[in-house]
Write a new protein. Structure first.
Length: 264
């Protein structure tokens, strides 16, 4: 009899766990479908203005090209597919708040109260920083980089950039600068998780500077301007992350002290 009861309880527990897992999978599928649907809603109107949007994207290059020259398309379908590809990428970019909203809605129930208070600002901050990195690349880096690259072209060489190659190039830079601007978030998370401390990070500052310039060399074109413009913000953002991580530790210590006083 006792064995039958234990088996029954074990069966019920396994059934509840399976139902919970299925429920999570269903919720994940629902949120993924809503995310894809939201991106499609953004993409449909952007698709009608795909050529105009690509013209805005190409402006930093076109403004630095010699008069009488233009971009070219070396593939038959490039004039049609390349602007649509950019419109789709831009839809995902603009839909990032919706993506993060569903991501937050999926993980929030499994977090403690203090973890929710920490994660939500991190998600919002990471989005703002990524957008800031992209805007920095477009308004600051692109004019300098394209002006430099076009100015060093050998005499007699006509610079005619392929539109698909240009899109791949700028998307790579957008991603590089967007991720580079996430340095404060990474620093705060590492300190919050206990993997390191602000003092240890400060002690490793020389290595951080070297790594920043190495990443700038690997993630940008082979010119000194773009490498420096990526490395310097990474270093400055690292310093900001160290300062913010000190504030996080201070608030965490205050919260723990308040909880100990409540328990006593």
């Amino acid at each position: 009899m006792i064995g039958d009861r234990l088996n029954t309880r074990s069966t019920r527990t396994q059934t509840q766990e399976q139902q919970g897992l299925i429920g999570h999978l269903v919720e994940l599928r629902t949120r993924l479908l809503r995310t894809v649907f939201s991106i499609l809603i953004i993409f449909v109107p952007l698709a009608f203005f795909a050529n105009d949007l690509y013209a805005v994207l190409a402006m930093p290059l076109l403004e630095n090209m010699p008069q009488g020259t233009s971009m070219i398309a070396t593939e038959v379908a490039s004039p049609f597919l390349t602007p649509f590809k950019f419109a789709l990428v831009l839809s995902v970019f603009l839909g990032m708040p919706v993506i993060l909203y569903h991501f937050w809605g999926f993980i929030a129930p499994g977090l403690y109260g203090h973890e929710r208070k920490m994660m939500l600002p991190l998600l919002v901050g990471s989005t703002v920083l990524f957008y800031s990195g992209v805007l920095f690349a477009y308004y600051v880096v692109f004019p300098l980089v394209f002006g430099f690259l076009l100015s060093v072209a050998p005499e007699g060489v006509a610079v005619m950039t392929d539109i698909s190659k240009y899109l791949d190039f700028v998307l790579k830079l957008f991603f590089a600068f967007g991720m580079a601007f996430e340095v404060p978030i990474v620093t705060i998370v590492l300190v919050w998780a206990g993997a390191t401390t602000p003092d240890q990070l400060v002690a490793k500052r020389p290595y951080v500077i070297v790594v920043a310039f190495v990443l700038g060399m690997l993630m940008t074109p082979p010119d000194l301007i773009s490498q420096t413009l990526l490395a310097l913000p990474m270093w400055l953002l690292f310093e900001i992350g160290v300062m913010l991580s000190r504030l996080v530790l201070k608030r965490q210590a205050e919260r723990e002290a308040a909880e100990e006083q409540e328990e006593s």
